[in-house]
Structure formats: structure tokens, C-alpha cells
Write a protein that binds this ligand. Structure first.
Ligand code: SF4
Ligand code: FES
Length: 239
């Protein structure tokens, strides 16, 4: 494989008048080379000032999400060979303020996650001597949501989030549905109150951008549709 050309978004608000792209040449030094390994190569060998986030290197922590050749993806899970191009352009996540280069301020994203109360609200005391049991069938209902790693790829790809910064967004709403679907949770009314509002479920236009980019193949669009159905049922039938 030929050398690779990386064009990377650079911006340090403390020192730069505006953003730019810097270009680096990286040798395709091994089979299976990932975008994240290439970024570490650049930082280590070519330009130590390049800033980006990563931790686990195996698709678990969600911190290496960025815009790579036209799509939001995890840098650690993206092999250069799969991009089928010797030229790779990288931008930071969208709809979030750039702190420096590829590092964005995730606080507004996590504020929405915290807003939906991402914890069990069973409404009774814990059993004194055992966990709260769940059947396999009850657990399988949550499977479409429980693998979310809060990478924010869906948030950045969402066209509604682009125009309404207060929109709760696909990840927070997916998590809201995850607890609604949890047989151990008993706070449906409270959870629907949180999402059945001006900047909640009804702002979703069902465009599927979130579902298309999710690196875990989750279905935030489907989760939002489920919440809409439940909100309507609750409004008309009270349950
Ligand atoms: S739903 Fe998918 S894209 Fe969105 S934060 Fe979770 S893992 Fe990332
Ligand atoms: S480094 Fe953890 S998901 Fe990529």
C-alpha cells in the first residue's frame, strides 16, 4: 500500500485566528492499520501538538469518535484499508464546541444524558438478600439499547441537533427508552414527562442519520419511535 495522506482539522481557540487543515504523510506500516494508530503515529513522529481523544482502543470507551472521510466513526475501529482511499480527511464531532483540534466539549451531550435520569427508579426498596431478577425475555427487550457507549456519533450526525441545540438528541432518548424497557424500572410516567416535551421526542423527524452512523449498530430512531408510541398511549389511556 502507498503512503497515506492525512488532512486533519486543526484549531486552537487560544492561539489561532481560525481553523485550518494540516497535512501529514503516514506510511502504511502494517496490515490492519487503524485511523487511531495513524493519529498516534502523527502525534509521536510528526507533530506532538496534535490533540485528540482516545482510551480503550477497542470500541468500548467511545472517546475516539470523529468525522472520517465523510462519516462519523470510531477511529480505533476504522481500518485505513476499509476506507479504500490513500487520502483521509478527519474533522471533529459536529454540533459540539471545539476545544482544540479533534477534541470537543462533550458537556452539552452528557448534560442531556444526565437529564433523562440514566439510572434505575424501581420505586420500592431493594430486596434484602438478592439482586432484582429479570427473565431472559425481559432482558432481551433492552438489548437494542444497552450497548450504547455514548460516543456521540449519532448526536453529531443528527440534523435536528444541528438546528435545535436544546433537542435531547438520539443518544439521550435511546437511554430514556432503555430504562422504559427495563422490567425493573417503575418510573414510566416520570420518564415520559422528561421526553414528551418541546425539545424531546417530537423534534425527531425520523431521518435515520443516527441509526446509520451508530458504531454499535443500535437503533436510536426506533427507540424514539417507541417513546412516541408510549407517550401517545399514556396521554390517551393514562398508562
Ligand atoms: S446510540 Fe450509537 S452512535 Fe449514539 S452514542 Fe450510543 S453508541 Fe454512539
Ligand atoms: S478508543 Fe475507546 S472507543 Fe475508540
Amino acid at each position: 500500500m502507498a503512503d497515506l495522506t492525512f488532512k486533519i482539522f486543526r484549531f486552537d481557540p487560544a492561539n489561532d485566528a481560525g481553523p485550518r487543515f494540516d497535512t501529514y504523510t503516514v506510511p502504511a506500516f502494517k496490515k490492519g492499520l487503524t485511523v487511531l494508530e495513524s493519529l498516534y503515529y502523527i502525534q509521536d513522529k510528526l507533530d506532538g501538538s496534535l490533540a485528540f481523544r482516545a482510551s480503550c482502543r477497542e470500541g468500548i470507551c467511545g472517546s475516539c469518535a470523529m468525522h472520517i472521510n465523510g462519516k462519523y466513526r470510531l477511529a480505533c475501529e476504522t481500518q485505513v484499508a476499509d476506507l479504500k482511499s490513500d487520502s483521509i480527511t478527519i474533522r471533529p464531532l459536529g454540533h459540539l464546541k471545539v476545544l482544540r483540534d479533534l477534541v470537543v466539549d462533550m458537556e452539552p451531550f452528557f448534560a442531556k444524558y444526565k437529564y433523562i435520569k440514566p439510572f434505575l427508579m424501581p420505586g420500592d426498596d431493594a430486596p434484602p438478600d438478592r439482586e432484582r431478577p429479570q427473565t431472559e425475555g425481559q432482558h432481551s427487550k433492552m438489548i437494542p439499547s444497552i450497548d450504547c457507549i455514548l460516543c456521540a456519533c449519532c448526536h453529531s450526525s443528527c440534523t435536528v441537533t444541528a438546528t435545535d441545540p436544546e433537542y435531547l438528541g438520539p443518544a439521550a432518548l435511546l437511554w430514556a427508552d432503555r430504562f422504559v424497557l427495563d422490567s425493573r424500572d417503575n418510573a414510566l410516567k416520570e420518564r415520559l414527562r422528561l421526553v414528551d416535551q418541546l425539545h424531546g421526542i417530537w423534534r425527531c423527524h425520523t431521518i435515520f442519520s443516527c441509526q446509520e452512523v451508530c458504531p454499535k449498530d443500535l437503533d436510536p430512531t426506533g427507540a424514539i419511535a417507541d417513546l412516541k408510541r408510549k407517550a401517545i398511549r399514556h396521554r390517551f389511556l393514562g398508562r
